[in-house]
Write a protein that binds this ligand. Structure first.
Ligand SMILES: Cc1ncc(COP(=O)(O)O)c(C=O)c1O
Length: 384
């Protein structure tokens, strides 16, 4: 028997974990002030780039003595620029509990070949950050986008540490409270929580990170695109908007629009509340439903942005095939796009809950998830 389809649909079915949904107010026409066809070194371009940096500092509450730079190649570019520029001065500790963190481990072990202690946890779990030696340089991800597991807080990181902390915060910045005093390098991309455009990333440096840059030269060559110093001094221009190479002024305008929208919803607190409400709606659904559960085992580590879910129904024999079929049904109905689990992650779904997503859309999507699940179960029973 076919299950009745829910009566209403999400207004915006975009629940991708990157690029993420644009802010609800987004309209291409609102980017018409972009200085297209102009040099990014002209006064108008420089002012826009500086507004990106200033607005980011204002909304995220980044301390005045931290440098903020716009860098190429999105979050990946920012993380790799940090690792290639800073690591090697002392031993490293690489911490990973999902796919992206694992990628940074590969960089350090196989490419940079640095002496490193590797600490990992399976999908759904987290590494005990109190077990890390903070006299080493520590690289970790705040919110594991592919497992939906995040750091609950930074309490385990000592304020007085000899090593540097390098934090990939790309799916956390603008959705979670970040303890800036615990980070020496923080990275994120525009395409994540604010729903910006891809290709540009941001790097945030503490004074200690700058001191390392100015006192240490890595043993390996650094491409121009990674170089933050010249003659042993920080290139300060990078941190007021004089980007290393040419940025997209259309993407810049789009990010500025997203920052304006962020202000309009109450800044960081408003963004965090929106993500919390979205994630809570899904957690409540899981609580009330006996065939689906959060991949994150400890509730304190559940992400409020990349919510990862696993099917727990004993009737499901082929977990990966089943999850893909459910995601396909949701996509075909146009009620949830891009909600399949990440390719390396356990089978299941991943639903983006960052602040650009409307809670009403999550709520309108959940009955469809029930519909898609029941319909797929029935289809498999019929086929058996
Ligand atoms: C935790 C994490 N790190 C890095 C990346 C790579 O980001 P980008 O493609 O913006 O470089 C992603 C993308 O989803 C991510 O979730």
């Amino acid at each position: 028997m076919a299950m009745t389809k829910p009566a209403s649909r999400p207004v915006n079915p975009r629940f991708s974990s990157g690029p993420c949904a644009k802010p609800p107010v987004f309209d291409l026409a609102k980017l018409s002030d972009a200085p297209l066809g102009r040099s990014h070194r002209a006064a108008v371009g420089k002012a826009k780039l500086k507004a990106v940096i200033d607005g980011t500092r204002e909304i995220l509450g980044i301390p005045d003595d931290y440098r903020i730079g716009i860098v190429p190649a999105s979050d990946t570019g920012a993380v790799e620029m940090a690792m290639w520029s800073l690591l090697g001065a002392r031993p490293a500790t690489m911490v990973a509990w999902e796919s992206f963190g694992a990628g940074w481990v590969t960089d350090v072990v196989k490419q940079l070949k640095i002496e490193a202690e590797i600490k990992t946890a399976d999908y759904g779990r987290i590494v005990d950050m109190a077990s890390v030696d903070y006299d080493t340089d520590v690289v970790f991800t705040w919110n594991g986008t592919t497992s939906g597991v995040r750091m609950p807080n930074g309490d385990a990181i000592p304020a007085n540490r000899a090593g540097l902390t390098i934090c990939d915060a790309t799916s956390a910045a603008f959705a979670q409270d970040l303890p800036w005093d615990k980070f020496d390098v923080t990275t994120f991309s525009w395409q994540k929580v604010l729903g910006g455009e891809a290709a540009h990333g941001m790097i945030v440096l503490s004074p200690r990170a700058v001191a390392r840059l100015e006192s240490y030269t890595p043993a390996w060559p650094l491409p121009k695109i990674f170089r933050m110093t010249k003659g042993g001094k920080l290139i300060e221009g990078i941190f007021v908007g004089e980007t290393i190479n040419t940025p997209s002024m259309l993407a810049v305008e789009d990010y500025l629009l997203a920052l304006d929208w962020a202000r309009s919803v109450g800044g960081l607190k408003g963004l965090m509340d929106r993500a919390d409400a979205n994630a809570q709606a899904i957690w409540n659904f899981c609580e009330a439903t006996d065939w689906i559960a959060n991949l994150a085992e400890d509730p304190a580590t559940r992400s409020n942005t990349s919510v990862c879910l696993k099917f727990t129904d004993a009737r499901i024999a082929d977990g990966a095939g089943f999850a893909k079929a459910v995601a396909k049904r949701l996509e075909a109905e146009g009620v949830a796009l891009d909600v399949g689990a990440y390719r390396d992650a356990p089978a299941g779904l991943r639903i983006w809950c960052g602040g650009t997503v409307e809670t009403a859309d999550i709520q309108a999507m959940l009955p469809w998830l029930d519909w898609a699940f029941q319909t797929e179960i029935a289809a498999r029973a019929d086929a058996a």
